[in-house]
Write a protein that binds this ligand. Structure first.
Ligand SMILES: N[C@@H](CCC(=O)N[C@@H](CS)C(=O)NCC(=O)O)C(=O)O
Length: 204
């Protein structure tokens, strides 16, 4: 497999997953400089001109959540995804796509400095709705985490959500609520996560 990525991009979340799956030696990392992303050679692989992009023989997978889901399922024996018949699969997919959709949308708008009043005018069409709803959803999930989102064992969804939470808190897009602390502190001890540069910023 080949992973097209860039060290200054959300492709870094996939690197954590590779570590958690123990498959770093099975994936060739191809660094795509930003200035090359919209050139013909890379556009032939991903016409969006974006990273990350995973290529597994003839299969091309873009979108972080799709790459996470694909890899965790491909290596299902590693235990980072519930199997198709496991009832935990629902919550797993919920967290995976919440992170990719509403949470990322919220972070993008806040990162752009879109004023709250403008967001409030569009809550019905924005996928996260209200900022308070997003926080309430996260708080409930964190309170129910025991200690991970699906229970005793870490899943790919913990890795994805955990990375985004740490990033959003370090940028002050999300507050570092007490409810988040046990989950983030647990993730911060993992070999895959302990060197995330933003962890120091939030004093996990
Ligand atoms: N929806 C995509 C977004 C990927 C994305 O925006 N990647 C950025 C880096 S974080 C990128 O490749 N930007 C290059 C560009 O737009 O020129 C995903 O989640 O994988």
């Amino acid at each position: 497999m080949k992973l097209y990525s860039n060290p200054q991009s959300r492709g870094m979340t996939v690197m954590l997953l590779l570590q958690e799956l123990g498959i770093t030696d099975q994936v060739e990392i191809i660094n795509v400089p930003y200035e090359n992303m919209h050139q013909a050679e890379y556009l032939a692989i991903n016409p969006m001109g974006k990273v990350p992009c995973l290529v597994d023989q003839d299969v091309i997978i873009t979108e972080v959540a799709a790459i996470f889901t694909y890899l965790a399922d491909k290596y299902i024996e590693k235990g980072l995804a519930p199997t198709l018949d496991d009832p935990k699969r629902g919550a797993y997919l919920k967290w995976m796509f919440f992170t990719h959709g509403p949470l990322t949308e919220f972070m993008d708008l806040k990162g752009l400095g879109v004023p709250d009043e403008q967001i409030e005018q569009r809550t019905r069409s924005l996928s996260f709705g209200h900022a308070q709803s997003l926080l309430a959803f996260l708080k409930k999930g964190m309170q129910e985490a025991n200690p991970y989102l699906l229970g005793e064992k870490i899943s790919a969804a913990d890795v994805f959500l955990g990375y985004w939470l740490i990033f959003a808190i370090s940028l002050k897009i999300l507050p570092y609520l007490d409810e988040f602390k046990p989950f983030i502190q647990l993730l911060a001890q993992r070999d895959s996560m302990k060197d995330i540069p933003w962890l120091q910023k939030i004093n996990a």
